[in-house]
Write a protein that binds this ligand. Structure first.
Ligand SMILES: Cc1c2[nH]c(c1CCC(=O)O)Cc1[nH]c(c(CCC(=O)O)c1C)Cc1[nH]c(c(CCC(=O)O)c1C)Cc1[nH]c(c(C)c1CCC(=O)O)C2
Length: 396
């Protein structure tokens, strides 16, 4: 059991004088349960009475942790938990393209539910993709297995940006139906809705597909700032509408994936990206759902990503979680950051690494356990099921 008072291994950065070794206690004494509960109810006021967050999932370990409240155990889920690591996923996808699967409500719901049934994770994440909103808007994009999203026509000029179609609200109906089908099965297990952050979406649009350093969008924000701004605003509107549709249909939390933000300097992030991510997260601000903001290679961007409007920050495996929490001022819920590479290590090695992540997570007011990035496709599903059991037993 990872003690609440576990001594945290010395991190590479000084801890501010007087900060608690386990901020959980430091954060909680300030929390007046009655006041928090009243504020929480006010926060959810705009949601329908029957929304899962108002009738059950609010007391789930995931949502309580995102609210900064103690929970029966540390919640755990995995990015890319719905995917090729599951034989049942491969069977369900047989003969159906990726985007077609995302836009077939019964199939998207089934795939979303598979890892919850198999692993007993504390949250489902909606089976879709960050380029689905682009597709629904009418942009020529497909997902190539082993590569990722590929566009028919890269977006490189002001004219290309001006030609980008707006996402019609009715085009989101298959998404709403898939979410409704999913939450009808989930009961008190929360569904996390998600979207791609404007920079990551724009990086695919400008490059036309996956790239390592995202040089073209990073050049555009300096060489043609007006086109960059118009493109990022379009991406924020499109992703924001996608997020909102999932929440209105029943998602109890959202995650904004800025997977490729790590290629940005803090200066470029603050000057050219942060406000657009704030607009995407702002699309659900009035609905009160907890918001998680995740990126990879973002050790220098953590506070700026939180300040874009997140309740929690997803941290990748490259920075120790206590160091990340320190950079967030010790006052932000963190998510992560088990290294996916250790899923193929011997079980005792993985468990010791997970204990270290749990100990380091004690330095934040709340810790949602996750990987530092997605589940590798060749992962043994039993390793993930065992890891969920281990995390629950260690933190019960
Ligand atoms: C960058 C990114 C994308 N899509 C996503 C991101 C951000 C997360 C991350 O950083 O990995 C987000 C995403 N994509 C998918 C989900 C559903 C949730 C889940 O998988 O658990 C989520 C949350 C399904 C998917 N999206 C994709 C798959 C693999 C499709 C398959 O072959 O089954 C899944 C399960 C395809 C995809 N889509 C994308 C990539 C890079 C790929 C992988 C290409 C490949 O390796 O085959 C773009």
């Amino acid at each position: 059991m990872a003690s609440q008072n576990a001594r945290i291994p010395e991190s590479s950065e000084p801890r501010p004088a007087g900060s608690a070794a386990t901020a959980h206690e430091a954060a909680r004494p300030d929390l007046d349960p009655q006041a928090e509960a009243a504020a929480w109810q006010r926060r959810l006021g705009a949601l329908p009475e029957a929304h899962p967050l108002r009738v059950g999932t609010a007391e789930s370990p995931l949502v309580r942790t995102l609210r900064g409240l103690p929970a029966e155990h540390r919640p755990v889920w995995f990015m890319r938990q719905a995917g090729r690591s599951l034989p049942e996923y491969r069977a369900a996808r047989e003969g159906t393209g990726m985007l077609e699967a995302c836009l077939t409500p019964a199939l998207a719901a089934e795939i979303t539910l598979q890892p919850v049934r198999r692993h007993g994770v504390d949250a489902a994440i909606f089976f879709s993709d960050i380029v689905v909103p682009m597709k629904l808007a009418g942009v020529g994009v497909d997902i190539v297995a082993g590569r990722g999203p590929v566009l028919e026509h890269p977006v490189r000029s002001a004219a290309d940006v001006a030609a980008l179609p707006e996402l019609p609200d009715a085009a989101l109906d298959p998404i709403r139906e898939a979410v409704q089908r999913t939450v009808a099965e989930l009961g008190d297990t929360p569904l996390i809705g998600f979207a791609g952050a404007p920079f990551t979406i724009a990086a695919y649009a400008v490059e036309g597909g996956p790239s390592r350093d995202h040089l073209r969008p990073r050049t555009m924000m300096h060489a043609d700032p007006a086109s960059w701004d118009a493109l990022a605003q379009w991406a924020a509107r499109t992703s924001g509408a996608f997020l909102r549709a999932q929440v209105e249909a029943g998602a109890s939390a959202v995650q904004l994936f800025d997977s490729w933000a790590g290629s940005l300097s803090l200066g470029d992030y603050e000057a050219h990206v942060q406000r657009h991510s704030a607009d995407a997260l702002g699309a659900v601000a009035d609905l009160g759902v907890p918001r998680i903001h995740f990126g990879t290679g973002t050790g220098e961007l953590l506070a700026a990503m939180r300040d874009a409007g997140a309740d929690a920050v997803g941290v990748d495996y490259r920075i120790p979680l206590d160091v990340a929490s320190h950079r967030l001022g010790g006052r932000t819920v963190v998510q992560g950051n088990i290294d996916p590479a250790l899923l193929c290590a011997p079980r005792d090695v993985l468990h010791e690494h997970a204990r270290d992540v749990l100990r380091r997570g004690e330095s934040a007011p709340g810790h949602v356990v996750n990987l530092g990035h997605g589940v590798p496709p060749d992962t043994d599903p039993d390793v993930l099921s065992d890891l969920v059991t281990f995390i629950h037993e260690e933190t019960r």
